[in-house]
Design a protein around this ligand. Sequence first.
Ligand SMILES: Cc1cc2nc3c(=O)[nH]c(=O)nc-3n(C[C@H](O)[C@H](O)[C@H](O)COP(=O)(O)OP(=O)(O)OC[C@H]3O[C@@H](n4cnc5c(N)ncnc54)[C@H](O)[C@@H]3O)c2cc1C
Length: 584
Amino acid sequence: MIYHQHEVVIIGAGLAGSRAALEVSKVADCAVISKIFPSRSHSGAAQGGMGASLGNLDDDNWEFHMFDTVKGSDYLGDQDAAEILAKDAPEVIYELEHLGAPFSRTPEGKIAQRKFGGHTLNFGEKPALRACYSADYTGHVLLHTLFEQCIKHSVRFYSEFQMVHLIVKDNVCRGIVAWDICNGGLHVFRAKAVLFATGGYGRAYKITTNAHANTGDGLGMVLNAGLPLEDMEFVQFHPTGIYRNGILMTEGARGEGAYLLNKDGERFMKHYAPTLMELAPRDMVARAIQTEINEGRGCQSPEQKEQGIPGDFVHLDISHLGEAKLREVLPQIFDLARNFAGVDVAKEPTPIQPTAHYSMGGIPCTTDGRVISDHDNTIVRGLYAAGECACISVHGANRLGCNSTLDATLYGRRTGHTIARDVGDMIYEELPADGPDEAQKNLQWFFDADGRENVADIRSELQDTMMINCGIFREEKLLTEQLGIIKNLQDRFGKIGVKDKNQQFNTEVMEAMELGHLLNFSEVIVTGAVARQESRGAHARNDFTDRDDKNWLKHTLAYRENGDIRLDFKPVIITRFEPKERKY
Ligand SMILES: Cc1cc2nc3c(=O)[nH]c(=O)nc-3n(C[C@H](O)[C@H](O)[C@H](O)COP(=O)(O)OP(=O)(O)OC[C@H]3O[C@@H](n4cnc5c(N)ncnc54)[C@H](O)[C@@H]3O)c2cc1C
């Protein structure tokens, strides 16, 4: 085992991790660990934009942005966190601009802004132009800008190091252990402060927009360390994934004017959200699409028509914008539709279906990024979280488009500030004798595994069944069934066989470890979904169709204890906007 020491260790090199690293590197020795090359982090796939009330093209202001975020969250978001997000957003955008991010421009040279779902002027009156973007490569340009800045500021990157173990004892974080993917071998990192910025977990579902690396490792390791996860039952389905493979067609397409059409060519959103239509929040649009499909108004493929099978997708039509405009504002969409759906978006509609996209829940933390261990907000000393793996909670039960690149960058920066402030007074805590040994024992288990079960089979079964039993619409019977399925898959996981015994680039072991995390936190998602007997945001129960503020206006905290999941709850912070009925 190789030992390292850095004052601050950040796990994850997406927008959250790299923005935090930039901040921390000003005052402390900072290392970033990433299981993939930093600029390949999923943040780089963000297409549509980043929200901020710059008001470059309308009379937007931060209060409208805060209100939309809270209403979009179905009032489960903590309003102190939403206020910080909305207020600080313009500063964060201008800072990125000054760091070199090439945003698209208005004819006068200001940062261009476009419409996005749930973003409105004057508390819901009409769509706002709030999304700052760089064509439809926004995440790509932001991530590269930040990566370059980190290099400039001498951040030490450990690329292709997969974190495998978090060392927390007596509510104090002491470091982490990572596996060197390239050369093999375990590396122990002692640190005064550890920041989790490990991103999302779309890979728990069969149809997803998420990269293969998005397996929620950080969430699994937090559970294993005896710490809780918050609001995991809220899983966002993006309305417009390419039919059958789930690859994202950005909401920016609808922001630029795309329609959603059912098999009769009807813009069905008028029945669900008459004011905002296609620009309603994602949970509502995804449910509307699924309802059209479930009620027989889905579009049919030629084979489905021939065999008399009902259609299971709808159409996204943006052809009316014309090729020149499309190539200017949505070039990636142009290519994705052509390559993955065989569609020319300038001439014909794209078949789409909802696709698992974003995790509202995650590691509970304060608005300063400090991880907490219970409903009294007890701080875990030395441990921080930011970005998609964190739950502050800004997005509550449903995140608005463009609020995640913002959340990751803004709270990455803010948490970086916190760590930079804290680190001077912190010490390197003693490593418990059994910490690294436990990591070594766990890793050895994978190398020794010689059972009959197959990792890919277990993963496929998890992804297929999560899609059916814990997807857009949920009910007790299917959720309970899913819990049984997960328990069974966990048993089978204990009997896997790993054939590749090599140390170098052993992707079989990597994937097996990732599957362990998927199975671990998926049980939390489903347990929370069974317990929450109401419909709120992305959590829609067929058997409890109303939102129930009396009993359920509260956050879920879930712990893994003695092999089972224990739930606890904590109150929602409401400062300015009392919960109201959500109409768009
Ligand atoms: C296709 C797509 C398009 C999107 N478009 C938009 C958009 O237009 N606007 C918007 O606001 N949001 C968008 N989102 C959401 C947004 O991009 C993400 O939520 C956000 O960028 C996440 O940033 P992050 O830094 O938290 O995580 P990520 O960028 O996912 O980075 C996670 C990091 O953690 C590392 N990591 C994970 N596990 C380990 C481990 N075990 N060991 C070591 N390292 C590990 C990875 O290597 C990676 O560097 C989109 C998401 C997707 C999937």
